[in-house]
Design a protein around this ligand. Structure first.
Ligand SMILES: Nc1ncnc2c1ncn2[C@@H]1O[C@H](COP(=O)(O)OP(=O)(O)OP(=O)(O)O)[C@@H](O)[C@H]1O
Ligand SMILES: [Mg+2]
Length: 205
């Protein structure tokens, strides 16, 4: 199935009231006693609007140098989430997957570097393109298909301090967002994001 067919297959009109639901879950994948890895947090989205809203909550919390890694299949919601992040950074330009250009830059409260690594061969290509400089810059980097940019932490083109969101399609309109983080800033960001999502859910009733 092509990307466009995939998106068309998933497209549904947006409901008006986003109401994300949040659960904490025990970390079953990280060795106990790890000093740098956070326990994962699971968020539920029942619509593309909710996914964008979650992205916007995160976007409002972002600071210079932050790195957000996104994983998940075609049409899982990575770009929808990024659109929300951009909104939270005050970016008004339309945001789409930079599948063919790998990187698009946007000007907002902070610069946003939006990567889509779907077509790259591996981390070496990111180094060849000189893209690792972006991850050390003053802007915020958000990376779709992050799993293609690093075979493990040692080969990644980015520093080992990030917040990661793994998207799973659980139904035509529903997505599970599993969030984890590494590094001091990544873990602080995840804690703040989880609080903001919980707060938002409470306000939505
Ligand atoms: N709860 C939801 N959250 C996000 N998207 C949803 C949801 N429900 C349905 N959708 C639909 O799923 C599609 C998600 O597309 P999106 O481009 O964000 O995916 P993607 O993960 O970036 O895919 P790609 O890997 O092709 O870049 C959209 O068509 C959107 O309307
Ligand atoms: Mg995308």
């Amino acid at each position: 199935m092509s990307i466009l067919e995939n998106i068309a297959a998933y497209w549904k009109p947006e409901p008006i009231m986003p109401t994300p639901k949040m659960n904490s879950m025990p970390d079953l994948t990280t060795p106990s006693g790890s000093a740098t890895t956070s326990a994962p947090v699971e968020l539920q989205s029942a619509s593309v609007a909710e996914t964008r809203q979650l992205g916007e909550l995160l976007g409002r919390l972002l600071a210079s140098g932050d790195l957000i890694l996104l994983r998940g299949n075609l049409g899982a919601g990575k770009t929808a989430f990024t659109q929300g992040v951009a909104c939270g950074l005050g970016i008004t330009a339309p945001v789409n997957s930079p599948t063919f250009t790998v990187l698009k830059e946007y000007a907002g409260r902070l610069p946003l570097y939006h990567f889509d690594l779907y077509r790259i061969e591996g981390p070496g290509e990111l180094f060849d393109l000189g893209f690792e400089d972006y991850f050390l810059g003053a802007g915020v980097s958000i990376v779709e298909w992050a799993e293609r940019g690093a075979t493990d932490d040692a080969t990644a083109a980015w520093p080992n301090d990030w917040l990661r969101v793994t998207f799973t399609t659980t139904g035509p309109d529903t997505r599970l967002l599993r969030c984890d983080a590494v590094g001091e800033r990544g873990r602080a960001l995840l804690a703040a994001f989880a609080c903001a999502a919980e707060d938002d859910q409470r306000k939505a009733g």
